[in-house]
Design a protein around this ligand. Structure first.
Ligand code: 3PY
Ligand code: MG
Length: 253
């Protein structure tokens, strides 16, 4: 397992975002020069079987795999780790209680209540014995709590202080909806930039990682200066469209 080690180098890392319900496509993304691939079960088309098969195709490319679970599906958080994912992103963590439930599912006692059964994880992470996996899992696997509402921002320090939470993942689209009380979805909303910077600063002050979903890649240097160290960059259909436009633009002159 290596995502956490890479994050500890304190450089900006980039994750691809797999939404097409295909393990083959997720494996293809892992062959691109991303630092990780995130499989999205909240808004993407992945089923449990395509997501779990993706853990293998991503690992075959020696790339760390991350899973975003649907809202509140902490059963899938533990299971994702058992299937070999190195990190789990939980959407809509809006309170300390939400963070506690997620943290409990992600960590073995005494931090949490994760149950033993990493059979597939041990097939993927062949550098581990069951014992070394057990001893290192609580520190090596990452629980990233999505901060994407005003309520989450108000409870941020409590969420950051929760056992088992390794970092936050900012969702700028939902945050903009919540911030405007449903008036607009505008992830680039100028008013939010200070909030986005404050969230990274407080995460780092708490000794936790800060990650963000990026809508416009030209915003990445600014997010990096704020302290974000993991950026999700476009979805698989998005990349396909960008590639097609570049190729056709050149071909058509
Ligand atoms: C958001 O921006 O709300 C997200 O969840 C990004 O995936
Ligand atoms: Mg969201």
């Amino acid at each position: 397992m290596k995502l956490r080690d890479a994050l500890d180098q304190d450089k900006m890392l980039f994750t691809a975002w797999s939404t097409t319900g295909s393990a083959e496509m997720a494996g293809e993304l892992a062959l691109c020069p991303f630092d990780a691939v995130t499989v999205d079960m909240q808004h993407g088309a992945h089923s449990e079987s395509t997501a779990f098969a993706s853990a293998k195709t991503i690992a075959a490319a020696k790339t760390p795999a991350i899973l975003r679970i649907p809202v509140g599906r902490n059963d899938l958080a533990s299971r994702a780790l058992d299937m070999g994912f190195e990190a789990v992103i939980a959407p809509m963590i809006n309170s300390v209680a939400d963070a506690e439930a997620f943290g409990r599912a992600m960590k073995y006692p005494p931090l949490g209540e994760r149950s033993w059964g990493p059979i597939k994880a041990l097939q993927i992470h062949t550098d581990h014995t069951p014992e070394s996996y057990f001893r290192s899992a609580n520190t090596q696997t990452l629980a990233l709590a999505m901060i994407e509402t005003r309520a989450a921002y108000e409870d941020l320090d409590g969420i950051l202080a929760t056992d088992g939470i390794d970092g936050i993942f900012l969702g700028p689209a939902d945050l903009s909806i919540s911030w405007s009380n449903g008036a607009a979805v505008d992830p680039k909303n100028e008013e939010l930039q200070d909030v986005i910077a404050d969230i990274a600063r407080r995460a780092r002050d708490a000794g936790k990682y800060a990650a963000i979903f990026v809508v416009d890649p030209s915003d990445v240097p600014g997010f990096s200066a704020m302290g974000y160290r993991l950026a999700a960059l476009n979805t698989d259909p998005g990349l396909l469209h960008v590639g097609a436009e570049v190729m056709l633009g050149k071909a058509r002159g």
